[in-house]
Design a binder for this molecule. Structure first.
Ligand code: HMG
Length: 556
C-alpha cells in the first residue's frame, strides 16, 4: 500500500512563538521535552527557539541552553529533508550564535508596516529588510537555509490596515535575498477568508510563486483555521501553527495565540488532507504543555481528551482520510447553451449544446467572456472548471454560422481570441474537464486552460485545419505545445490524439475510465495537493491511487 505523502507541511512554532510571550519562567527542560514530544507526534518542521535580545524576550533568554542540550544536538545532527529545525534570528549576532550550535536553518523576519517594525526590532521597514539581507547572505554563505516572515500582512497594531503593496515589497525582498519560503504573518489575527484570498491572489498576480509562500495566522478573532483553509484553497500548502494555540508577539498588543496545531490537523484530516501528524499524540502534547503553563489549550485537544481510550485509538491514532466530497453545485447562471454552477470557491462552467457537439456560438463565447471577466477579480473564486454536456467537450466554432458574411464572422473570431486571452491571463486556475472529444478551436480551448483531466475514450484533434488555413488561435494555444511534444505530424495530419498519449506526455493530469470516474477524478484532483497552482497540469501528478480508491469508497 503506498505511503501517503503529507499534502500540507505544518511548521510548528510552539517552542518559539508559542512560548515567547508567556510571563512566568518556563524551565529549559520543559522546552526541550516539548520539542521532543512534537517531533514524536510527527511534526517535520519545528521552530526551536529564537536568538534575540534577552532584554526584549526574556522567556527565550535560555535559547543557547536549549540548542546546546545533547538531545537537541542529536536532532540537529540528524536534520534532513524530512525534518527542519529553524531558529529565529534578527541580526548577525543571532546568526553567529545559531551557527555555533550547528543550526541548519534560520528564520529572518521583517514587518510590512512601520509601527510594528519599530516596536518589534527597533528599525524601520527598510532597515529591517537590510538587516535580514545581511543575515540571509551570511547564512547562505555558511551553507544553511533561510526562511522569511513578513509580519502585519493585514493590520498593524499601531498603524492600522496594511497596504498589499507593502506586503508584496517585503515578500519580493525576502525571496530575492534567498529565503526558500516566506511566511505571511497575520500578527494581529485580523485576517478573514476574503482578505486572505484577496492578498494571496494579489501576490500571485504580481509574480510570487505560491509554492514559496506559507501562512502564519493568529487566532485573535477565531479566524485562524478558516484562514488556513482559505489559504489552502488558494493554493498555499505550508502553514505555521502552535501546539495548544499558544503564542503571540509581546509587541503586538491585543493579539492572541497562533492557530492551534491540533485544530489544523483535525481540520485537514477530516477533509482527507494528510499532514503526517499523529493527532492523538499531538493532542496529548498540547494538553501536557498547556496544563504546565496554565493556558486554556485548543478546542480539539479538549475534545480528544474526552474521548474514551478505545475511541481515541480507533478514531485518531493515524491519518484516516475522509475525502471531502463536493455535495452540491449551486446554479449561479443559466442559459440554454451555458450553465454555470458554484461550490465553495470553484466555478463549474458547462457548455450545453450536446446535440451540436458543444460547438461555440456567438452568445456562448460572449457568455464565457462575461464569466471570465466577472470572476477574474472575484476573490471568492479560486478555480474555474470548463466542461461539456454529452459526447463532446467542444467541436470548435458553430458550423451553421460559418457561411455568414465576413462582418458576422470577424467579431466572432475576435471574440474567440479575446476569450482565449482572458483564460490565458486569468489569475484563477482554469481546468478543462474533457468529458468527450475536442476538435479544432475546441481543442485550443482545452489547451489554453492551465490543467486538463480527460476521459480515456476522448480524443483531441485539430481537424478544422484540414479545411482551412491553420488558425492563429489553434497554433498559439494548442498547436505549438503539440508540435513540441507530439511532432508536427499531429498538426498537419490532424490525427486524433488519445487521452493516454496526452497523459504520457504530461499534457493531461488525470485520465478517467468513464464519465462517473471523470467526476470522481476531477473532485479528487480539486481536493488533492498541488492542483490549485497555476503552473501546469503536472502539479498534481502524484495523486495517491490508494487515496482515490478510498475516495470511491467514500462515495459508495
Ligand atoms: C532586533 C533587536 C536585537 C534590536 O535591538 P536594539 O534594541 O536595536 O539594540 P541592540 O542591537 O543594540 O541590542 C540591544 C541588546 O540586545 C542584545 N542583542 C542584540 N541582538 C541579540 C541577539 N541576536 N541575541 C542576543 N542578544 C542580542 C545586545 O547585545 C544588547 O545587549 P546589552 O548590551 O544591552 O546587554 C531587538 O529589538 C530584538 O531582539 N527584538 C526581538 C524581537 C522579537 O523577538 N520579537 C518576537 C519575534 S517576531 C514575531 O513574533 C512575529 C512572527 C515572526 O512570529 C510573525 C508574525 O506573527 O507576524
Amino acid at each position: 500500500m503506498p505511503r501517503l505523502i503529507p499534502e500540507v507541511r505544518i511548521v510548528e512554532v510552539g517552542p518559539r512563538d508559542g512560548l515567547q510571550s508567556i510571563k512566568n519562567a518556563i524551565p529549559t527542560e520543559t522546552k526541550i521535552e516539548l520539542i521532543h514530544r512534537l517531533r514524536k507526534a510527527g511534526l517535520r518542521a519545528i521552530e526551536l527557539t529564537s536568538v534575540v535580545s534577552p532584554h526584549r524576550i526574556p522567556q527565550l533568554a535560555d535559547c543557547q541552553q536549549v540548542l546546546a542540550d545533547p538531545t537537541i544536538k542529536l536532532l540537529l545532527a540528524n536534520e534532513q529533508e524530512d525534518l527542519r529545525l529553524p531558529v529565529l534570528v534578527p541580526n548577525t549576532k543571532g546568526l553567529e550564535i545559531a551557527l555555533s550550535h550547528d543550526v541548519k536553518e534560520v528564520a529572518v523576519f521583517v514587518s510590512a508596516t512601520e509601527g510594528f517594525s519599530k516596536a518589534n526590532i527597533n528599525s524601520t521597514v527598510q532597515q529591517g529588510i537590510e538587516k535580514a539581507r545581511t543575515v540571509a547572505q551570511k547564512a547562505i554563505e555558511a551553507g544553511i537555509a533561510v526562511r522569511g516572515y513578513v509580519s502585519c500582512i493585514f493590520v498593524d497594531p499601531y498603524d492600522g490596515p496594511t497596504k498589499p503593496s507593502s506586503v508584496l515589497h517585503c515578500v519580493k525582498e525576502l525571496i530575492d535575498m534567498g529565503c526558500y519560503e516566506v511566511s505571511l504573518g497575520d500578527t494581529t489575527g485580523a485576517g478573514t477568508p476574503a482578505k486572505v484570498t484577496s492578498l494571496v491572489r494579489f501576490l500571485e498576480r504580481n509574480g510570487i510563486p505560491l509554492d514559496q509562500l506559507a501562512g502564519h495566522f493568529h487566532d485573535t478573532y477565531g479566524q485562524g483555521a478558516v484562514n488556513v483553509l482559505q489559504a489552502y484553497l488558494c493554493g498555499i500548502r505550508v502553514f505555521d501553527s502552535s501546539v495548544g494555540g499558544l503564542g503571540g508577539c509581546p509587541f503586538a498588543p491585543g493579539a492572541k495565540g497562533n492557530v492551534s496545531t491540533e485544530d489544523l490537523v483535525f481540520m485537514f484530516h477530516n477533509a482527507g488532507i494528510n499532514t503526517g501528524v499523529d493527532l492523538a499524540k499531538l493532542a496529548e502534547s498540547g494538553r501536557w504543555i498547556t496544563e504546565r503553563l496554565k493556558q486554556p489549550g485548543s478546542r480539539s485537544s479538549q475534545c480528544v481528551r474526552e474521548l474514551r481510550p478505545r475511541e481515541k485509538k480507533s478514531r485518531l491514532s493515524s491519518f484516516r482520510p475522509v475525502v471531502y466530497v463536493k455535495e452540491s453545485w449551486n446554479r449561479v447562471k443559466y442559459s440554454d447553451s451555458l450553465h454555470i454552477y458554484q461550490t465553495g470557491t470553484d466555478l463549474n462552467v458547462v457548455l450545453n449544446r450536446p446535440n451540436s457537439g458543444n460547438a461555440l456560438t456567438k452568445s456562448m463565447i460572449s457568455g464565457l467572456i462575461g464569466c471570465f471577466r466577472n470572476h477574474s477579480s472575484n476573490p471568492l473564486i479560486s478555480r474555474i472548471i470548463l466542461t461539456g454536456n454529452g459526447r463532446y467537450f467542444c467541436t470548435g466554432l458553430d458550423a451553421r454560422n460559418k457561411n455568414g458574411t465576413n462582418s458576422e464572422r470577424k467579431p466572432r473570431f475576435d471574440d474567440l481570441m479575446q476569450l482565449f486571452e482572458m483564460i490565458d491571463q486569468s489569475p484563477k486556475t482554469v481546468i478543462a474537464c474533457l468529458n468527450g472529444h475536442a476538435r479544432g478551436a475546441g481543442a485550443a480551448l482545452a489547451f489554453v486552460c492551465d490543467q486538463r483531466v480527460m476521459v480515456k475514450t476522448a480524443t483531441v484533434d485539430l481537424s478544422e485545419t484540414r479545411r482551412r488555413p491553420f488558425p492563429v488561435f489553434v497554433s498559439r494555444y494548442g498547436g505549438l505545445e503539440w508540435k513540441h511534444t507530439l511532432g508536427s505530424d499531429a498538426i498537419s495530419s490532424s490525427r486524433p490524439i488519445t487521452g493516454t498519449e496526452l497523459k504520457t506526455l504530461g499534457l493531461v493530469a488525470e485520465i478517467a475510465e468513464g464519465q462517473k470516474d471523470l467526476r470522481m477524478k476531477l473532485e479528487t484532483h480539486l481536493n488533492c495537493r498541488g492542483t490549485i497552482t497555476k503552473n501546469g497540469c503536472l502539479a498534481n501528478k502524484e495523486i495517491d491511487s490508494d487515496q482515490s480508491e478510498r475516495y470511491k469508497l467514500a462515495r459508495m
